[in-house]
Design a binder for this molecule. Sequence first.
Ligand code: COS
Length: 382
Amino acid sequence: MDYFLTEEQQMIVDIASQVTDERIIPQRAELDENHTFPREILNEMAQADLFGIPIPEAYGGFGGGCMDIVLAVEQIGRGDVAVGTAFAANFLGSFPIMLSGSEEQKNKYLPEVASGRKFAAFGLTEANAGSDASGIQTTAVLDGDEWVINGTKQWITNGGEADIYSVVAITDRARGPRGASIFILEKGDPGFTFGPKEKKMGIRASSTTELIFKDCRIPKDRIVGRAGTGFITVMKTLDISRPGIASLAVGLAQGALDEAVPYAKQRRQFGKPIIAFQAVQHLLADMAIGIESSRALVYATARHIDAHPKNVSRVSAMCKTCATDMAMKVTTDAVQVMGGYGYMCDYPVEKMMRDAKILQIYEGSNQIQRNVIGQELNREYS
Ligand code: COS
C-alpha cells in the first residue's frame, strides 16, 4: 500500500532496511543463541545516522518525528526485535531530556545519543512497581549540592550497555505521583552498579539488568525539570514511545509472513504445495490483513502525534495494543503454517514467536493500555 512517504522518509526506510537485510538477519540467530548484545550492529546504525532521527537538529540530530521513528524501527523489527529494542530504548531514555531537560542537559547528552557515541536507557520499573508505575520505592534526597539515590530498578533495557540513564525516583513520598522526579545517571557514577544480565524467553540479544543505587551521589543539576514533575514526564514519554513498540510489532509480523509464504509455496503435501490448500491460504490471508491494518493504524497514529503532540495517550495505547496483539497472533500462525519445521530452531519463526510476547508486556502491558483507553472513553461519554 502507498503511504505517501516523503523522500526523506523513504530514505530512512531504505537505510534501515539495508542494515536489516545485510547485517541483522544473517546474525540474528547467533546473537539470540549467545545472548550477545549487538553493539557492532548498533554502531553501524549510528554511522548511518539512525540514532539521530528524533533528536532536534540543534543537538546534532535529524529533527524527525514519531513517523520517522516508526519507519526505522519497523524495518529493524523485521530483522530482530532484540536489536530493535536496544535501538528504540535510546529514544525512550532520551525523551525525558528532550521533553523536560534544561538547555545544559540537552547540549551535554543529546548530541552523544544522536551520534551513537553513547547509548541511553530508561529506568522506571522496580520489583514492586510495574503497571503501578507511581508505586516506585527508589528515593532521591538532596544533600547539599548533591542528590543521594537509593533503590533498585528492574528489567532495564540496555542496562550495563548504556552510558546515560533517565531514572525515576521519589523526592517527596507524601505527594504520590506528584512526588516523583527524573534524574540523569551516568555509567560510572559512584554507587551506581548493575545486576547480572537477565535470562529471557525472547529478545535475548538485548541486555536487561537491574540498576542498583547505593548512596549514589550525583550533582544537583542532574534532575530533569522541576522536582515532582517526573511522573508526568514519564507518562508523556511513554505516550510518544509506545508507537515505536507498535512498529516493532508490525516489522516482526512482516518478517514472519516473509518466512511463512515462501515456505508454504515450496512445502509439498498430498501432491501439491500447501499454499494451494484453502486452510493455509486463509491463515496467510489473515496474517496479511492483520499486518496491513496495524501498519495503517501505526502510521496514522504517528502522523497524528506529530501534528497534535498533546493528549495522545489514547491513540498511542490503541496502536500499541492492536499491533502487538496482532504480532503475537501472526507469529504463532507462522509457526502453525510451518508445522514441525516452524517449531525447530533451524527456522526463524520460533524465535519470532518468543520475541513477540514481550511486545504485549513492556512499555505498559496491553491490559494497562486498555485501561487507558477505557478510562478516556468513560470520560468522553460522561
Ligand atoms: N500525560 C500526562 N499526564 C498524565 C498522563 C499522560 N499520559 N497519564 C497520567 N497523567 C497524570 C494524571 O493526570 C495525574 O496527574 P494529577 O496528579 O495532576 O492528577 C498523574 O499523572 C497520575 O495519574 P494517574 O492517577 O492516572 O496515575 P496512576 O498511578 O493511576 O497510573 C497508569 C495509571 C495506567 C497511567 C500508569 O500506572 C501506567 O501507565 N502504567 C504502566 C507503566 C508502564 O508503562 N510501565 C512500563 C515501563 S517499561 S518502559
